[in-house]
Write a protein that binds this ligand. Structure first.
Ligand SMILES: *Cc1c(COP(=O)(O)O)cnc(C)c1O
Length: 227
């Protein structure tokens, strides 16, 4: 199937659901992204700042860009002007820098941020656990931030075909989302996104309540290098 066909497939599958597709375009050239754009798609994800800042200027500016990979504090400045959502926030220090840079750019909209929660059992380098997310949202530092808003949580499941295991991880993330929503965002519509599901497990993630599927190879084909 062509990139266009893949986009139309997801459009059809996700219509009448609260779920949206983040087309993960990492490693793919701007002309491939344009194929998805011309099929009507506007929401794209990249995992590296360097790659994103090369693509951003040469692509239409009505694209919403989500950063989905680990973000180093010293690189926030390169994307703060235009990024729609940073899905991979995993420390207060990082969020403080995002808030500061958003203020400096005098953006019309705050930068949307999502808390990355570790849900896979292998000890991954990034992401916080539920208790850390709670402490984070209780902190004075977070409460003082005016130029960001927290829109939900993101998780990367274990790389396995064990459906029960994947389902368990997605349910755990959904539970975290619901508890955080009740505790910190009651009656606040901003906190509404549950980002989970990739090419190999998006159907399961959708069944478990995902609102943002992050699909790369399932749209653009296999990548020449992984990451
Ligand atoms: C690359 C990547 C994806 C997409 O992976 P595919 O298996 O190609 O769909 C999703 N989420 C994150 C965080 C990624 O880095």
């Amino acid at each position: 199937m062509s990139i266009k066909d893949n986009i139309l497939f997801f459009d059809e599958r996700l219509k009448n659901t609260p779920c949206r597709l983040v087309a993960v375009s990492k490693t793919h050239a701007p002309d491939k992204i344009m194929e998805a754009y011309e099929a009507g798609h506007r929401l794209f994800g990249e995992n590296k700042v360097q790659e994103l800042i090369e693509k951003y200027p040469v692509l239409p500016h009505d694209i919403s860009w989500h950063l989905i990979g680990h973000l180093q504090t010293n690189k926030v400045k390169y994307i703060a002007e235009f990024i729609d959502t940073i899905q991979s926030v995993d420390s207060l220090k990082l969020l403080q820098e995002i808030n500061k840079r958003a203020e400096m750019h005098n953006r019309t909209l705050p930068i949307n941020c999502m808390l990355q929660i570790s849900i896979a059992d292998e000890e991954t380098k990034y992401g916080m656990d539920y208790e850390e997310a709670v402490a984070f949202l209780q902190s004075e530092e977070y409460r003082a931030m005016k130029y960001i808003r927290i829109t939900g949580v993101m998780g990367i499941a274990t790389n396995t075909d064990d459906q029960d295991k994947l389902r368990g991880e997605f349910r755990y993330l959904r539970d975290c989302f619901q508890k955080l929503k009740e505790t910190f965002f009651f009656a606040n519509q901003d906190f509404s996104e549950l980002s989970m599901g990739m090419t190999s497990d998006w159907e399961l993630a959708l069944e478990e309540g995902s609102t943002l599927l992050r699909v790369g190879s399932g749209i653009f084909g296999t990548r020449t290098y992984q990451k």
